[in-house]
Design a protein. Structure first.
Length: 88
């Protein structure tokens, strides 16, 4: 029987690759017997779906821009990366 920690790792792994049959069976049995791990599975899938949707909708040149940064903060970062002083 898998522990919740092992099940969580397998759930995470299953998002990136197909698990071997023995692991899929063990995970399915654990999910049938555990109350919390199915919630975790739904949360992982939700996050994956949201990230995939964002990736499809985002423009490629804006993928790495932090939307929540103010223009002033962006300017300070640009100056720091260019070797300038933050107070200039």
């Amino acid at each position: 029987m898998l522990t919740c920690k092992e099940a969580a790792q397998l759930l995470s792994d299953s998002l990136d690759r197909k698990l071997p049959l023995s692991q899929r069976i063990s995970l399915r049995i654990h999910l049938l017997m555990c109350k919390l791990c199915p919630r975790f599975q739904k949360q992982l899938q939700f996050l994956k779906d949201i990230l995939n949707q964002y990736q499809r909708e985002a423009e490629p040149e804006n993928l790495f821009i932090a939307v929540s940064l103010s223009e002033d903060a962006r300017g300070r970062i640009r100056r720091a990366l260019a070797g300038g002083s933050e107070n200039s």
